[in-house]
Write a protein that binds this ligand. Structure first.
Ligand SMILES: Cc1cc2nc3c(=O)[nH]c(=O)nc-3n(C[C@H](O)[C@H](O)[C@H](O)COP(=O)(O)OP(=O)(O)OC[C@H]3O[C@@H](n4cnc5c(N)ncnc54)[C@H](O)[C@@H]3O)c2cc1C
Length: 289
C-alpha cells in the first residue's frame, strides 16, 4: 500500500530539525528508521503532511559509557545495539531485548529512540528502560531536558515529548557490581510483538539480598507498566522460589491487560506471573556470576 502524499524534509543538524518541527507543528513527524511510522502511514493511521528525516544528522548514533551512564544516541539502530561488545559484556537486559525485536531486517533500520518515542506499549524497549531506571534526553527550541523514564509514557502512543522536541539520547545508569538483568517475552511467532513480556534489572547487596530492582511489563496496559508493588516487595529480600513466586503474583496484579487477538486478559496476567519468575531467576543467576 502506498502512503498518502507528504513533503519530505532532510535537515542536516538538530537545530534545523527543531526549527522545521516548530514551523510545521502538528502537521510534521520525525522520520527515524520508519519501521513504525511508514506502516502506520500506509494503513492511513498517520497522515503527516511533512516528514522530517533525521537520518542524515551526524552525531546522533553512539553507544558509550560516560560518567555514571551508558549513553545511547537517539538514532542508534537495534542492529548496532545487538552488535555492541559493551552491551554484550555489561548490559544483558538490553541485549535480550534488542535481539527479540522483530527480525534482522527491521533491526537494521529501527532505532532505539524511535522505539521509545513511538509510545507503543507493545514495543519492547519501554519496559526494559523502565527496569533499568533510564532517562530520556529531549532536545527542543528551549534547549535540552532530561525526562525520567517513569514519566515519559503518558498514554497510548503519547509521550512526554513536546511537539518541537527530538529524543536525542537515552541514559542508562551503569550497573554496579552484583547486578544482572533479563527480558522474557512470549510472542505468537518469531518477529511478532509480545503477547506479554517482562524486564527485570536487579542489584544484590553483599549479603545477597536485593538492594535495587526494576520490573517493567510489556503490552499489558495502555502504557508500559512499572510493576511497583513487585519492586517494593522485592527490596531487601533474598531471592528464593517463595519470594520470586510472591513477587511474580504482585507483578501480575500490577498488569492491566485487556483481551484481544493475542489472548484473554486472564491468560496475559498468568503469563506475566510466569515470565516474571523466569526473568527474576535469570537476573539473579547473572547478578551472582
Ligand atoms: C514487521 C515489524 C515487526 C515489529 N516487531 C517489533 C517487536 O517485536 N518489538 C518492538 O519493540 N517493535 C517492533 N516493531 C516496531 C519497530 O521496531 C519500532 O517501533 C521501531 O523501532 C520504531 O523506531 P523507528 O526508528 O523505526 O521509528 P519511526 O518509525 O521512524 O518513528 C516512530 C515514531 O516515533 C517518532 N520518532 C522517531 N524517532 C524520534 C526521535 N528521535 N525523536 C522524536 N520522535 C521520534 C516518529 O515521529 C514516529 O511518530 C516492529 C516493526 C515491524 C515493521
Amino acid at each position: 500500500m502506498i502512503p498518502p502524499a507528504f513533503e519530505y524534509l532532510r535537515p542536516k543538524t538538530v537545530p534545523e530539525a527543531i526549527a522545521l518541527l516548530k514551523q510545521h507543528g502538528d502537521e510534521a513527524k520525525i522520520l527515524s528508521g520508519g519501521q513504525s511510522l511508514i506502516p502506520m502511514m500506509k494503513l492511513r493511521l498517520a497522515r503527516p503532511g511533512y516528514l522530517i528525516d533525521i537520518n542524515r544528522i551526524a552525531g546522533l548514533s553512539y553507544i558509550k559509557e560516560d560518567g555514571e551512564y551508558l549513553k545511547i544516541g537517539g538514532l542508534t539502530r537495534e542492529a548496532e545495539l545487538e552488535a555492541s561488545p559493551l552491551v554484550r559484556l555489561k548490559y544483558p537486559l538490553l541485549l535480550d531485548t534488542t535481539s527479540v525485536i522483530a527480525d534482522p531486517q527491521v533491526r537494521n533500520l529501527a532505532t532505539v529512540g524511535g522505539n521509545l518515542a513511538h509510545g507503543d506499549p507493545a514495543n519492547d524497549h519501554p519496559a526494559t528502560m523502565i527496569a533499568l531506571g533510564a532517562q530520556v534526553v529531549a532536545t527542543g527550541s528551549k534547549g535540552e531536558r532530561v525526562i525520567p523514564i517513569e514519566s515519559f509514557f503518558v498514554s497510548l502512543f503519547a509521550t512526554a515529548l513536546n511537539p518541537d522536541e527530538i529524543l536525542t539520547e537515552i541514559r542508562v545508569p551503569i550497573p554496579p557490581a552484583r547486578s544482572g538483568g533479563a527480558y522474557f517475552k512470549l510472542e505468537r511467532k518469531v518477529g511478532d510483538f509480545a503477547t506479554a513480556a517482562v524486564a527485570v534489572q536487579l542489584t544484590l547487596d553483599d549479603k545477597g539480598a536485593v538492594q535495587k530492582v526494576g520490573v517493567g511489563l510489556t503490552n499489558v496496559g495502555a502504557t508500559p507498566i512499572k510493576a511497583r508493588s513487585a519492586e517494593d516487595f522485592l527490596r531487601g529480600k533474598k531471592l528464593d522460589d517463595k519470594s520470586m513466586a510472591q513477587a511474580a503474583q504482585l507483578a501480575a496484579q500490577d498488569a492491566q491487560p485487556s483481551s484481544d487477538l493475542r489472548g484473554p486478559a486472564e491468560y496475559k496476567r498468568g503469563l506475566i506471573q510466569e515470565l516474571t519468575k523466569r526473568a527474576l531467576s535469570r537476573a539473579l543467576e547473572r547478578a551472582s556470576r
